[in-house]
Design a protein. Structure first.
Length: 167
């Protein structure tokens, strides 16, 4: 079984890429107290997570500042590849928890993506799990940065359904 990660107070939570446009490899990366966690994922997962976080923040009427964009800490070495993404919210503590599960053979039949819902059967996973506890400012900063990152490699503007997060 791969490593699990639970970063309760990350210093950074960013999406980034390695490689030229058209051949980019996407990563989620978080740092906490000098510890770096990097996970490989698909561009569509980055886009879906960014949009989901934006929608959650809009639902909470968050109008505060966004955390500053961070950069990937290099060299980037992925602990594992993300299969499913989900979120949870603590509205009292104003925290969004991003949950990333390692891809496994069963994920080929599952289009859960960043659906935000996980069923009880998900506890029977065989791979790693990452939990990243983000305050609202960090979640908004990630959403803004991640949408820009996805757009960087192609024309992915408003006509394609992109909604920039509220700032």
């Amino acid at each position: 079984m791969s490593d699990d990660f639970d970063l309760r107070n990350p210093d950074t939570f960013v999406a980034g890429t390695v490689g030229p446009a058209g051949q980019r490899i996407f990563f989620l990366q978080a740092t906490e107290a000098g510890h770096v966690v990097s996970l490989k994922l698909e561009k569509g997962q980055v886009w879906a997570l960014a949009n989901l976080l934006s929608e959650l923040l809009e639902g909470e009427s968050y109008e505060g500042p966004a955390a500053a964009f961070g950069e990937l800490v290099e060299p980037v070495t992925a602990a594992w590849t993300v299969g499913r993404l989900a979120t949870g919210m603590d509205t009292e503590g104003k925290v969004i928890v991003v949950i990333a599960d390692e891809i496994d053979d069963d994920d080929d039949d599952d289009d859960a993506g960043a659906s935000g819902e996980m069923s009880p059967e998900d506890d029977e996973r065989t791979g790693g799990r990452g939990r990243f506890h983000l305050d609202y400012a960090m979640a908004l900063g990630f959403a803004q940065q991640a949408l820009l990152l996805v757009e960087e490699g192609r024309d992915f503007g408003m006509r394609n359904g992109h909604r920039p997060p509220k700032t």
